[in-house]
Design a protein around this ligand. Sequence first.
Ligand code: PHE
Ligand code: FE
Length: 289
Amino acid sequence: MELLDKIIHPPAGASADWTIPQRFEAYGEAEHRIWVTLYDRQARILPGRACDAFLHGLDALDLHGAGIPDFHRLNERLSALTGWRIVAVPGLVPDAIFFDHLAHRRFPAANFIRRADQLDYLQEPDVFHDVFGHVPLLTDPVFADYMQAYGEGGIRALGLGRLHNLARLYWYTVEFGLLQTSAGLRIYGAGIVSSRTESIFALESSSPHRIGCDLERVMRTPYRIDDFQQVYFVIPSLQGLLDLTIKTDFGPIYARLAEAPDIAIAAVAPNDKVLSRGTQAYARGLVDQ
Ligand code: PHE
Ligand code: FE
């Protein structure tokens, strides 16, 4: 019962939808400096690596290095562009709450920032991952619609008991997606663009597989939360991703997935459109990158 209470009820001080005040005025100088350090590192490596929509969004939001952004000011710009808003939350929120926010064009962002000794890696998303990583693409009208549709789809998947499958689609698109462009592969996933090491690894390492994105294939593939991905899925365009996901009724896919086995994380399946077949040397501990 106590466990159930913790799952259902928001922490003290949070609203029923788990939102809290950002408390912008409470950030200290050292916390703003961590944002600036992280921002500067990414700003240096992302041109030519992140997709144009992300880089444009970064400019449009004026997230430039002044420190942790004030959500009120950010929301003025963001909502004028696509109707999305950021809401502050203490950290990860329950699935149903998360999807309800997305379905209403609200993106829940943690209000805390990582410590100075966690610049390269932390397991729980902080304000840098959530805002720098996710919010620029929410200025793109197509991606903005995808995220809302995903929220609606999440509520449905939860009801059908297939959330573990749909969560993989989020992971391999929103968090770790790559995009094919005429200039070459580009990053659009928030988990990649907010990480210096993975921004380089995802595009340049010969270790991971890079495979054309197929809905059913992705939803059968587990993922790792503790290290670089072993496989990245590549979409042809953001519009292509939106069209495919909103036009496809996932009901029959979920029914098939209930019978289909998972695909091992480092496997290449017979019907895969392989863009580059990885050596998996990093995952096997043989090389540093
Ligand atoms: N079309 C999906 C369904 O029928 C919903 C969805 C949309 C899922 C966009 C993910 C992304 O459930
Ligand atoms: Fe994220």
